[in-house]
Design a protein around this ligand. Sequence first.
Ligand code: GLU
Length: 532
Amino acid sequence: MERKTRVRFAPSPTGPLHMGGVRTALYNYLYAKQHGGDFILRIEDTDSHRFVPGAEAYIIEALRWCGIVPDEGVDADGKMVETASAQHPHAPYRQSQRRAIYRQYAEQLVENGYAYYAFDSAAALEERRAEAERAGQTFLYGLTTRDTLRNSLTLSAEETERLLRETDSWTIRFKMPAHTVVKMDDLIRGHIEVNTDTLDDKVLWKRADELPTYHLANIVDDHLMEITEVIRGEEWLPSLPLHYMLYKAFGWEDTMPRFAHLSLLLKPVGNGKLSKRDGDKMGFPVFPLQWVNAEGETSHGYREDGYFPEAFVNMLAMLGWNPGTEQELFSMEELIQAFSLNKVQKAGAKFNPDKAKWYNREYLRAKRDEELTDLFIPVLQEQGITVTGCPKCPVSADFAAKEFSWNYVRNVVALVKERATFVRDFWTSAACLFTAPAEFVQKDVDKFWKPEIKEQVRQAAAHLLDTGVSFEKETVGSSLEEYIRAQEWPMGKVMNALRLALTGAASGLGIADILSFIGPEEFRARLSAAEM
Ligand code: GLU
């Protein structure tokens, strides 16, 4: 019988989700939706030493921001589901709350000869490790050593019973079968074979905290949650032979999921995994959302840095996958249609921060001016500017009161959006359309604030104001240029000096644009403030 597609994203809450992790979640989501299946979020928090408070909430929030909505695991309020229901039949989805489930599975493997109890102390194992090192070897708890260690394979049944009863730091280890070639298939990497003699006997369950290790919990949960495909990072590829052997040992081979291991995201320059350090060095985020760690250090997030979630998702989707066409812009819906694991590349995908910006620019340009206006308003408010009125109200600007109509702001947006990457860039390029300059760029002052040019600017301005010419863009622009030309003054210098007086810098928006926005009154005020 054809099984319903069910995939999961199974992060460990050990810190903020790296963008590579978001990509893993995204590919799982796209795959599930394309196949009409379910996307499940499971929190793998069995390693209490690595648990970081706030990480789980961060993961959920990051997925939500990206529009990657789990079908199972998280409720509408963004909380992990703890009680089973028709919608969430496998709750709880947090492994620490499933601890009662795992022990019986570990014991089952012992009973069937696939696992054994190990009683070695940490000190004893350390000693063996050091010994091997001295001999230039690496110690593996496994085929060649397990018979020389303290475990239920070497101890008598009575002794084993006693130790199980009386001690509390024993573990259950998988007994990796000897001389076996594990034949595996990966949906991205193809056929892989590994000889079990190179593998060690991994710990599956620990008496000390009564918790499973990642390997056991992961396999048991994927089985119980009826997962059909496991799509995860390539750092888990070395664990695949063990996972295959576990499925076999449990007798679950028939329903074993298919596996796909995704290549790493690589740093923009040089080789190696994309790390937070690369981001800090080159000034780009590696996390979807801002994260403040326990020491109070803040890491940048795409959201807070002004990226649109659609742009971030689109950019991530293309990191390591390509549709086989020239198309680069995809909505989530389009990604769901076009995505295919066959076209996910085996090689690592180099992250290009400029491309991330390119995506944001494309999405920004495609947005309607009205939407961008609403997004720009909070930026203006931070600058102490009030926006009044509605899309149907007339254009108005009160520079003294710092009050502008919604449509004035919309006109500003329409003027500057073509050259912006982020919404906050609107302010950078158009602050002068809202406030008089607080200061003047010194090198521009040195260059253009010459008595002769100042006088020319003063006269040109007087001409505009005295003739009462309309400050409508076309009219005011050509009137100014004609006047300067007729006087045979240096056009560039006068214009730059005028811009300097009005905006604080010699370069920036066109003079005609500036004049048409600020109007004659503010024009006069700024010139007198600049002592023209
Ligand atoms: N908890 C593992 C992680 O943090 C999950 C690996 C898997 O998907 O099997 O990446």
